[in-house]
Design a protein around this ligand. Sequence first.
Ligand SMILES: CC(C)(COP(=O)(O)OP(=O)(O)OC[C@H]1O[C@@H](n2cnc3c(N)ncnc32)[C@H](O)[C@@H]1OP(=O)(O)O)[C@@H](O)C(=O)NCCC(=O)NCCS
Length: 172
Amino acid sequence: MTDTTPQVLLEPWSEEDAGLLHALNAPELMGHLGGPETEEQLVRRHRRYVDLSSDDTGAGRMFRIVLPPEKAVVGSIGFWAQTWDGEPVYETGWSILPAFQGRGLATSATRAVITEARAAGPHRHLHAFPSTDNAASNAVCRKAGFELLGERDFEYPPGRPMRCNDWRIALR
Ligand SMILES: CC(C)(COP(=O)(O)OP(=O)(O)OC[C@H]1O[C@@H](n2cnc3c(N)ncnc32)[C@H](O)[C@@H]1OP(=O)(O)O)[C@@H](O)C(=O)NCCC(=O)NCCS
């Protein structure tokens, strides 16, 4: 069967992506992520993303998601080092601007980020932790080939309880 999922490009998060981060902070996109962040939190997040993208120690990478041929900027994705159940792993997360949702772009970007994480460092697994009621994000995990390990309790942001699915894919 032919794979009709659109191909996206992952480009390193850079100084010019502050506007994208603001657009992705819209209430309808942050509903499963603790709600919109403050201006101060966004400034800090943007700095973290820029710094991570110039890191060459395997700590992770952040990307803007770009759709050819017009090179429309459609969202964000990345991976970062994390300790999970005592094991060093990578975690991933993503957002797609509302105008571009429902076309398979998050699934395509997630497949691409798996390749990036595989190339980046020594970690054996990449995890994703969507809220159990985030139907779209759980579908992305399933379609990109992650295995569902079960449900876990989180606090995100700190102090706000959240029930998440633990999805995992092997990197090596
Ligand atoms: C999650 C998100 C990135 C999905 O983006 P997207 O590009 O629309 O996803 P895709 O088009 O690749 O869709 C993947 C699957 O999800 C399904 N899906 C999309 N929206 C859905 C919804 N609201 N409810 C149920 N399933 C949904 C699609 O049908 C598709 O499955 P299918 O091809 O079998 O039909 C987007 O909804 C988003 O940015 N949400 C806000 C941020 C967020 O919650 N991020 C997750 C952090 S872990």
